[in-house]
Design a protein around this ligand. Structure first.
Ligand SMILES: [Cu+2]
Length: 181
């Protein structure tokens, strides 16, 4: 591209000497026009290269953000619990999948754990994990025919108990915190 334009400029210069003054002026204009076109083309090419390199950097950042997001999602351990009235006035937590009453729960240390709780019963419940911390992880009140959740990110492993604030003797079990996957 540049070579052919340089040839045009050189030809114009060699031809100039034998031409009249008006032709000389028009040739000079063409030479300047060609030089200007070359400069503009170069500026445009370098500009596009810069835009494309910025664009590549931008796409790399987007890709890593998506990857981080996926990593965060895959490390969230989700447990499904439900409250159940086993006999009139006697409630248990049950494993929403297998129906096991007051199941032994297993969560991951240094990871986001989410316990989702359904309450199809006629009274409210509140799931509390007895970690010994000043503020115990809690679902807060889950009203009848409602649902709630408890987010839990333990920093150490061990076995703890969980219970319901309103039915601490019939809605209780153990929760095991194991090291991450
Ligand atoms: Cu309860």
């Amino acid at each position: 591209m540049y070579t052919s334009r340089i040839n045009v400029i050189l030809c114009s210069h060699s031809a100039m000497n034998t031409k009249t003054s008006s032709e000389y002026n028009s040739k000079t204009l063409i030479v300047f026009a060609v030089i200007a076109a070359c400069i503009l083309t170069a500026a445009l090419v370098f500009g596009l290269m810069n835009i494309s390199s910025y664009s590549n950097r931008y796409h790399l950042q987007t890709a890593s953000a998506i990857k981080d997001k996926n990593a965060a999602n895959s490390s969230t351990n989700t447990i499904q619990l439900s409250a159940k009235e086993q006999k009139p006035g006697v409630y248990n937590w049950i494993d929403a999948g297998k129906g096991v009453p007051n199941p032994k729960l297993k969560v991951l240390a240094n990871a986001s754990n989410m316990i989702r709780i359904q309450n199809p019963t006629d009274t409210k419940h509140e799931l509390i994990i007895d970690t010994g911390a000043d503020v115990l992880p809690s679902s807060d009140d889950i009203n009848p025919n409602s649902s709630g959740q408890l987010s839990f990110k333990p920093t150490m492993t061990g076995t703890f108990t969980y219970h319901c604030a309103y039915h601490p003797f019939t809605m209780r079990g153990t929760i095991q915190v194991v090291s991450g996957p």
